[in-house]
Design a protein around this ligand. Structure first.
Ligand SMILES: [Zn+2]
Ligand SMILES: [Zn+2]
Length: 315
């Protein structure tokens, strides 16, 4: 399962911590001011996914960087066009004469278009950007048990939405099986994955051909989680959201304004409660969480805003 938690408190910006089952690292989506993180969570972050660099999404990156510096690790930063230069500019605003070259390595994956990513690397202390490669891919990040794909939304500036997908896995239905669990389960899965139906599977003293056990195998579809930040609530963005997030298990969705402030939303290329809730409903998202509310609203208005969103998602 993939879980997100909002680490920004009331009146702060937006920042999400992402955790994946059976995976030792955690991930961060956007870096607004957010005081809910622990130092350990920062230090354990392997990659950061930035939607766009309006200051309420990027301001808190310095704080993460501070706690990761001298970790000797590689940290990956994914983001929109120009993210590499913007990260470099932040780093170059400080003095680094006491930091060694191996203190940290940044790999920056700059999303240029729907299937083009430029990869840069950067080390202390002059933070020169080295262009490593350009890859043609819709996948911006991959681990053994999950992948991250993206869409480029329009917020009068490119704003990247990210979809995390756990890899599908195989499960043996032990209840249907005449045998209790044991090492054979792993061997059977391997035989299935490698398409070796004639492999002999040893269960206690018995030897059984793999294909005679294949009926016990079930495919477990991986869990999926989406993070959709700032975007105009228009047809072209909704088409891109539909293409990437259809049937997603859970989506965290920008819902900056209430319906009464629709005009403000349009002026600022933001979404608001009703289109945010209804587009996710329309594309079969199972659970929707509104996030990133304008700071102009008080606690009571935020409750009302959430109700509006939920109603639109339920209708
Ligand atoms: Zn923005
Ligand atoms: Zn924003």
């Amino acid at each position: 399962m993939i879980r997100a938690s909002i680490k920004s408190k009331e009146k702060e910006d937006i920042s999400l911590l992402i955790n994946i089952d059976n995976h030792p690292w955690n991930y961060i989506c956007d870096c607004g001011q957010a005081s809910g993180f622990s130092v350990k969570e920062y230090q354990n972050t392997k990659a950061i996914f930035i939607s766009h660099t309006h200051f309420d999404h990027f301001l808190g990156w310095d704080q993460i960087m501070r706690h990761q510096m001298d970790s000797k690790q590689k940290v990956i930063i994914c983001g929109p066009l120009n993210i590499a230069k913007q990260v470099q500019s932040k780093l170059r605003a400080y003095t680094w004469n006491l930091i060694s070259e191996d203190a940290i390595t940044y790999e920056i994956r700059e999303i240029v278009s729907e299937d083009l990513i430029k990869v840069y690397s950067m080390v202390p202390n002059n933070w020169e950007l080295i262009e490593e490669k350009t890859i043609s891919s819709k996948v911006v990040y991959q681990e053994d048990n999950f992948t991250v794909r993206y869409a480029i939304l329009d917020h009068k500036t490119p704003c990247i939405a990210y979809r995390f997908d756990e890899v599908d896995s195989l499960k043996i239905n032990i209840e249907k099986s005449p045998y209790p669990g044991g090492p054979w389960v792993k061997n059977l899965k391997e035989a299935f994955e490698q398409n070796n139906p004639d492999t002999e599977i040893e269960i206690k003293e018995e030897k059984i051909r793999a294909k005679d056990l294949f009926h016990l195998i079930e495919k477990k579809i991986g869990h999926s989680l989406g993070v959709i930040m700032d975007h105009a609530a228009d047809e072209s963005n909704h088409q891109k959201i539909s293409d990437l997030f259809s049937a997603c298990d859970i989506v965290y969705m920008e819902s900056f304004f209430m319906a009464a402030d629709k005009e403000l939303a349009m002026q600022h290329f933001h979404s608001y409660t009703i289109p945010s809730g209804s587009i996710l409903k329309k594309i079969g998202v199972k659970e929707a969480v509104p996030m990133h509310f304008s700071r102009k609203y008080n606690a009571e208005e935020i409750e009302e805003l959430i109700r509006e969103f939920e109603q639109a998602f339920e209708e």
